[in-house]
Write a protein that binds this ligand. Sequence first.
Ligand code: NAP
Length: 225
Amino acid sequence: MTRIAVLGGHGKTGRAVAVGLADRRAEAVPLGRGAWPDLPDALAGCDAAYLIAPNLHPDEPSYVGQALAAMSVAGVRRVVYHSVASPYVPEMPHHLGKAVAESRVRTSGLAWTILQPGAYLQNLDLSGPTVRVPYDVDAPFGLLDLADLGAAAASVLLEDGHDGATYELATRRTTTRELAEEAGLVAERVPDPGTHPWLSAMFDYYDRFGLPVGTLPLRALLGKS
Ligand SMILES: NC(=O)c1ccc[n+]([C@@H]2O[C@H](COP(=O)([O-])OP(=O)(O)OC[C@H]3O[C@@H](n4cnc5c(N)ncnc54)[C@H](OP(=O)(O)O)[C@@H]3O)[C@@H](O)[C@H]2O)c1
């Protein structure tokens, strides 16, 4: 059975990737903080790795660089890096960290593929009656269903033809208001809770521009017309 290391594999993203792999009869090896003291050992015997950085990591390029170095030592030949849609936006520092990390992946010497997911559909709390977000409820987004992420990740990890490719991923283009109304709910803009300056910068950007993402690459990966 094909074994795929999933760095960050216990989080919601990593669990979705594991489900996608299990659906294709491949084995996910989830690796969390506990694997880092001897990462090459933890990666040994894996055919490829799916690389997810922790949310708002203060130095994502270094995290990614260390993971890539450990993969090389362990003999893992192929990496898929979980980046983000529009990583090169200067107004969002944590996106820029992923842009720099993408460059490390492309120059790692490993066979690589980069996925650029839009914001997850599952981020929105639709338990009702009001869907609250700290940005314009009419801002345009390309949102990604985590189940689609898992299926797309499995495709690029297990099939040939994706080396050197970068795919942006979104399930649908929509707005917060549209999703709320579909669920019979009301969308409301609330103040930024101010939990992290990088999140405040992201909400400010979302407020002005949203985060539009195309849907065609995902449809192609999933074989949908
Ligand atoms: N949310 C979105 O809409 C969205 C969209 C695009 C991209 N992303 C990206 O997806 C990633 C976050 O994924 P997630 O939400 O699934 O995260 P999560 O649920 O918070 O999971 C984090 C994972 O990272 C591990 N981890 C935490 N700190 C670590 C450290 N210092 N060193 C090594 N591993 C560590 C945890 O391992 P343990 O098992 O040790 O706890 C856990 O497995 C971020 O890079 C984010 O930018 C998110």
